[in-house]
Design a protein around this ligand. Sequence first.
Ligand code: NAP
Length: 345
Amino acid sequence: MVEDSVDIYSIVVMVEDSVDIYSIVVMVEDSVDIYSIVVMVEDSVDTYSIVVMVEDSVDIYSIVVMVEDRLIMQPVCGAVINQNSPLSPSEGKSLKDEDVLQHLPVGTTATFYFRDLGAQISWVTVFLTEYGGPLLLYLMFYFRVPFIYAPKYDFTTSKHWVVHLACMCHSFHYLKRLLETLFVHRFSHGTMPLRNIFKNCTYYWGFAAWMAYYINHPLYTPPTIYGEQQVRIALIIFLFCQVGNFSIHIALRNLRPPGSKTRKIPYPTKNPFTWIFLLVSCPNYTYELGSWFGFTLMTQCLPVAFFTAVGFIQMTVWAKGKHRSYLKEFRDYPPLRSPILPFVL
Ligand SMILES: NC(=O)c1ccc[n+]([C@@H]2O[C@H](COP(=O)([O-])OP(=O)(O)OC[C@H]3O[C@@H](n4cnc5c(N)ncnc54)[C@H](OP(=O)(O)O)[C@@H]3O)[C@@H](O)[C@H]2O)c1
């Protein structure tokens, strides 16, 4: 986008690999009319560079460059480089959707490099598939549909009340995640690569089936160390962390006005579950970890403990990354915070 493009005379659009690209649309907007220049790139033609000249830019307010591929309109991506000190595309900086061309370090000519992102899928679709799978798979094991256990157990239910409780907790957790994806989260990314859905689903579906197989197995034995008391404490931990996780998601949602992509420093709100923000950068992960710890204690099942451990490692890696970017982005970031576990990690 160019707000007031007094000095910009030409835009060069470089397309690295045009195999999947169907068209590039360059929109030039002035104060009164919108002039649209459409540059078509035919499939499989080896077109690498398209030059769009804007003759007189005095009145031009914004230039939007869109690349259309098979699945989506992908806004400007790739790198922008300064014509006076040419860099290779890999050395350039990726543009954000909301970047303004005039504020970028370009001279009178701006060059954009486009990268083919490959097939993309909407972020919401990915989450719905990821979370819908575990919900349904677990219920199949719970109701002991045929071909899982011996035929004599088909459509029978466990005699242990903890198995029913575990099913309610597991279903509640994934229903909550599905509803949050639809109605709470305000994601900043529209899409992700299609291959991610296979990777993520293997992780979530695989673990859900593995845990469900053992918890709902006819030979499953409930916690024996501290018995019912252990299950009750585990349930309290689980529910407490679910409410905490939801509270953090609401707090994060409220940081971002609808339709925007702004990122702010999250602070504790009036809700006591958010006070953990005083000590932790990503408390939604802390509460998520707590929920799975509670579920492990409740079921006393090894695959659940394994899932909790793997989730903990994954969330720690993400929390460290998010913590680092908070420190980089905000100079006044509260120094007392740790990424995921207060004072520890
Ligand atoms: N069990 C597991 O293995 C596991 C692993 C990961 C996640 N989860 C669960 O899934 C939930 C969501 O995961 P996630 O990785 O997407 O969480 P996240 O990165 O913390 O993001 C949650 C939402 O808040 C937004 N957000 C985060 N920080 C923000 C800020 N500073 N300002 C404004 N908005 C902000 C995010 O927007 P953006 O789109 O901009 O990021 C996103 O919409 C977790 O809280 C957890 O409950 C579970």
